[in-house]
Design a protein around this ligand. Structure first.
Ligand SMILES: Nc1ncnc2c1ncn2[C@@H]1O[C@H](COP(=O)(O)OP(=O)(O)OP(=O)(O)O)[C@@H](O)[C@H]1O
Ligand SMILES: [Mg+2]
Length: 325
């Protein structure tokens, strides 16, 4: 959940304006929310019916009532290079968006299924869960049918499993892009944002995810291989867009593990600035042990104890949501 300060910042509103909107919601919704004081001079919200009960935080359900109208955004976090932080970033971005009241459908395209393992509740039975494989190979199963709830309010998942590696062989026989576009029908009513986490490479599934997206967030590490990969990925997306008559997505480069004062970081940044692989975001992700362990520990950095990392994802999600970057 977001604190009131975070929620108003996320919406680019003053706390006064945020409070005003909350009280008009109170008028409109009867006793669904009430704002008051916790006796220490700080704002307090009472949220009947929500798990949180009382607290100075704003839950997804309430943020949902306050966020601007739906955008039906489709985003991919991707680059052809492996191990650059695609999954860590897409997961935390999805959690941040859902905390801000956006209804997100996370599509785990990676047969390693680490995002799936992270997002599903601990007691969830995997065996009968429809995954992207069933979406692609079974006629009645589309994104809405396969979507399953996660541990986070407002964040649903299309799960993955090792057999998802077979999806490309199936898509090769079809017009993959049109096929997946049809499978996505109905998501615009249920979700504000569909977010793809893709594995490295540029197979039919990954290629279609890029082409279905209006925004691509490309994580870049401070090394020469990331530079090469950013350049290749951009070229491949543009070529595929031309071949299929699609609009190329906007590409935003998100610097991960860059360190000021490090020669490699400065040199890579200089090359990125000189070349137009994509717009470089001025928000970046530092290297921390907490991020390193977050997926293994099953805890998003938004729940953890490093406020800086939480702030990065709140800023990133707000920026992508309000300004497309
Ligand atoms: N900023 C960071 N600080 C510390 N560790 C990080 C950071 N970003 C990513 N990592 C770690 O790097 C490893 C690779 O990250 P992740 O799995 O998200 O990469 P990926 O691009 O999705 O990999 P793949 O290509 O295999 O899908 C993970 O162990 C992750 O925790
Ligand atoms: Mg990954």
């Amino acid at each position: 959940m977001l604190t009131i300060a975070e929620a108003s910042q996320w919406m680019a509103l003053s706390e006064e304006e945020f409070a005003r909107r909350l009280s008009s919601l109170q008028v409109a919704g009867g006793d669904s929310v009430s704002a008051g004081s916790d006796g220490n001079g700080a704002d307090e919200l009472v949220l009947p019916g929500l798990k949180s009960g009382r607290g100075r935080c704003v839950a997804h359900e309430l943020m949902r009532k306050l966020t601007p109208s739906p955008k039906n955004a489709v985003m991919t976090v991707g680059i052809q290079k492996g191990g650059v932080g695609k999954t860590v970033i897409s997961l935390n971005l999805a959690v941040a968006l859902s905390m801000a009241g956006i209804r997100v459908l996370f599509v785990d395209c990676d047969p390693q299924a680490s995002a799936t393992n992270f997002l599903l509740p601990e007691d969830q039975q995997y065996d009968h869960l429809p995954t992207l494989l069933e979406v692609c190979c079974e006629e009645p199963v589309d994104f809405c049918v396969a979507a399953t709830a996660t541990r986070y309010a407002g964040l649903d998942l299309i799960a993955s499993k090792p057999a998802v590696r077979k999806v490309d062989a199936h898509l090769r026989k079809l017009n993959a892009l049109e096929f997946l576009r049809e499978k996505m029908n109905g998501t615009t009513e249920r979700y504000d944002c569909v977010l793809f986490d893709v594995p490295p490479g540029f197979g039919d599934l990954v290629r279609s995810a890029y082409l279905l997206s209006s925004t691509v967030l490309m994580p870049v590490l401070p090394d020469v291989w990331s530079l090469e990969s950013a350049s290749l990925t951009k070229a491949d997306i543009e070529e595929a867009a031309e071949e299929t008559g699609s609009v190329s997505p906007r590409i935003f480069l998100f610097l991960n593990r860059f360190r000021s004062g490090r020669i490699a970081s400065a040199e890579v940044l200089e090359v990125l600035q000189e070349n137009s692989f994509g717009q470089i975001l001025d928000i970046s992700l530092p290297e921390t042990a907490q991020i390193q362990n977050s997926v293994n520990n099953g805890m998003s950095v938004l729940e953890g104890s490093v406020p800086a990392a939480r702030q990065v994802f709140l800023d990133l999600s707000s920026r992508l949501w309000h300004q497309g970057g």
